[in-house]
Ligand binder design. Sequence first.
Ligand code: HH2
Length: 424
Amino acid sequence: MTEGTPPRRFHARVLAAASLAELAREIEATASDPEGVGIMTRKGRIYPVRLEDVSLKAAPILKQELLSVGGDAAHARGVADHSVATSPVVALATWGQYQRLLPKLRRQPFRLTDLADELDRALRGYVAHGPRTVRGAHRALALDDRPRVMGVLNVTPDSFSDGGEFLEPAAALARARAMVAEGADVIDVGGESTRPGATPVSPDAEWRRLAPVLERLAGEVAVPISVDTRHPEVADRAVAAGADVVNDVEGLRSEPMRRVVARSGAAAVVMHLRGDPRTMQADTGYADLRGEVFRALADATDRAVADGVGPDRLLVDPGLGFGKSPAQSLELLWHLDELRSLGYPVLVGASRKSFLGWATDAADPKDRLEAGLAAAVLAAERGAAIVRTHDVRATVRALALVSKARALGDRPDGAALASDTPDG
Ligand code: HH2
């Protein structure tokens, strides 16, 4: 080789295409046949999907059908020697392969039609993007790929990070106005602390705190208002006073609460919480944390829909810090996008929570801003639709960067997939 002539290289570079749309652009940039771009883009990502309790009869058929379209599946070794009755399955296939798989499964017995329907719903929920409206009792919440910010207003003497600061209606209203000015898209008003070990408040006492704030606020601000309550009677009065969303940390587990939400036309946040706020930290043992949270939210939303709550009024929330150790909260945040498979917008509240203090050695909740912003950015990156925070201005600014980056990457997965025919 002559000195000065660089060696010939192919410059192999793994492409960090965050979405299928970005991958499509990379493929386009090879000057590939335009028809090939769609086909190859659909081959560009494998979606691993976990399914629970697949029967001994169904699991081998599922694997065989996945292999026949070019995918694969992992199931328990005991399926082969019939030593188990059911098995979890992790299916592995591209979007295009799933599209070819689904009609095949629908021709099979052993509940594979139901399995195909669930698989289809999970995949579509996962890649869903773009404008979406959550209908509230009075005002709708417009969502799109820009994560929205929910500002926290605690009208309580004992909330873990701001107890007593906004107990006076005048102070609460001033804080709400300030949050709207800072860019809050929703205001979440709470009259009972749900921190671990907090003393429960009677519905009447809770309402006495909320009433003077909610009634004024509803007449004054343009953004939707959410009420953070576990009590159906409080939710009912709050919606009548102008609240649009019921944020129930007990995940609509009470039937009267489901009835209030259904009848009032409110939207509802279905949060995961095992036990109740008083006792929740006593047992944080989970055999399968993410699976359990996912199944509980799936059951809770199914129950709500069965009792008349419109699916377009529901949001889900993993309940960080609610009956979870710090490491478990972080694990749920890291895997937040799995909840998108439920098909509902995902809301997450990490702000000032103890797992942030655990991760950054910050004992004072007000010293957790940086970690809270990192959590908000991570949540947005994982597809959260709404981030609940006490620190509105800083969060709005941090999320503006995510929105800008996402806009540069163009459309996320769904747009690249929706228009294509099954192939790839
Ligand atoms: N976290 C808190 C309260 N309500 N609601 C939802 N949906 N998700 C959350 O993560 C969540 C929530 C706890 O925060 P805060 O309201 O500041 O504290 P306190 O319960 O002590 O008032």
